[in-house]
Write a protein that binds this ligand. Structure first.
Ligand SMILES: [Zn+2]
Length: 335
């Protein structure tokens, strides 16, 4: 019933990485493979089997007999906290859902679904209409009882870019924003550094205790084998956890100036930024900044509900600050 112990240790780490540290399934697999996770035959575990492993209720201490639809809590110590297990199940499920959803995107019409007809509130669809010599792309409301909106793709997208550009933020505010992020970043780095030191000390400690344990068992014969194995396993798990955290910190070591430059460009010129994306990226970006979509009935109205950070930043800027002539760093201005 209890999965074999060495593998179980790696799986426990994987659960934590995914549920608590925000790792993707794939990155968590990479991680525990680096730490030593292998199949019984000594090969790296495939993505598919890894996903299947993460779905096994036994890890949360649950016994499930699918054939009879029975699920109950087992009387043994769960390898992962039930809450952690459930979190990972949600992530696994969403992952499967999102790849299906992506196929629904039509690369010719990125604004489908995000833009809705402001008269009947249903999402616009995209399609090609035949002209005399060639086909032309249109966005339309195709609701039978409405159908009042119809616009050429190029026109709607140009209007959309204009709406995005109106969300841009003044350069003074961007300078302020950069300063705040840099300060926060320095603080975080300082904290990380001390956490790193702490983890390294912890690893040394565990190593020392393992040596002592070996000595007590192998040379002095002070403890019996069962206790030795149990303690050894505990220490191995502790050291794997500390190592995994150290590794994940190394991964976070990003170039904050480059990220900031990127973020600044997005916030300073979201319209231009959108234009440069491919279709899938456009859809993802739209959903992030306009989670409630946007209504259209020939023109876009102020119905947009831009998400954070646009919302937060524009709350600071007010309407007239955009007219203040830019000083300092020039924002990327839309064409
Ligand atoms: Zn309509």
């Amino acid at each position: 019933m209890v999965p074999d112990t060495e593998r179980a240790g790696f799986i426990a780490i994987a659960f934590d990485l995914i549920a608590q540290d925000g790792f993707s399934i794939r990155d968590a697999l990479k991680h525990v493979t680096a730490l030593g996770l292998r199949t019984k035959r000594g090969r790296p575990v495939s993505f598919q089997s890894f996903s299947n492993l993460l779905r096994r209720p036994v890890y949360a201490g649950r016994i499930q007999v699918e054939r009879f639809g029975i699920a109950c809590q087992g009387d043994f110590e769960p390898l992962v906290q039930p809450q952690t297990f459930d979190t990972v199940q949600v992530i696994l499920k969403n992952r499967a859902g999102s790849s299906k959803e992506r196929q629904l995107n039509n690369p010719d019409f990125p604004l489908r679904r995000i833009v809705h007809c402001d008269i009947c509130k249903r999402p616009l669809t995209g399609s090609w209409s035949s002209g005399r010599t060639k086909k032309y792309p249109y966005y339309r409301c195709q609701a039978r009882d409405c159908g009042q909106v119809q616009i050429r793709k190029e026109q709607l997208e140009a209007k959309f870019v204009a709406i995005l550009s109106a969300m841009s933020v003044s350069s003074e505010l961007l300078t302020l924003f950069r300063g705040i992020v840099r300060d926060l970043w320095k603080d975080r780095k300082r904290q990380e550094l001390s956490r790193r030191e702490q983890l390294k000390r912890r690893l040394d400690e565990v190593r020392e205790r393992r040596d002592k344990l070996d000595e007590a068992f192998l040379f002095e014969a002070k403890i019996d084998e069962a206790i030795y194995q149990r303690q050894k396993k505990k220490l191995t798990e502790q050291s794997q956890k500390a190592q995994a955290e150290l590794l994940s910190q190394a991964r976070d070591d990003i170039d904050v100036d480059r990220v900031l430059e990127f973020a600044t460009n997005v916030i300073a010129g979201p319209g231009q930024f959108w234009s440069g994306l491919n279709s899938d990226q456009k859809v993802a970006f739209q959903e992030a900044i306009l989670p409630n979509g946007i209504g259209f009935d020939g023109e876009f109205y102020g119905t947009a509900n831009p998400a954070f950070p646009f919302k937060a930043l524009s709350a600071f800027s007010g309407d007239d600050s955009r007219m203040v002539s830019p000083t300092g760093i020039e924002p990327v201005s839309p064409p």
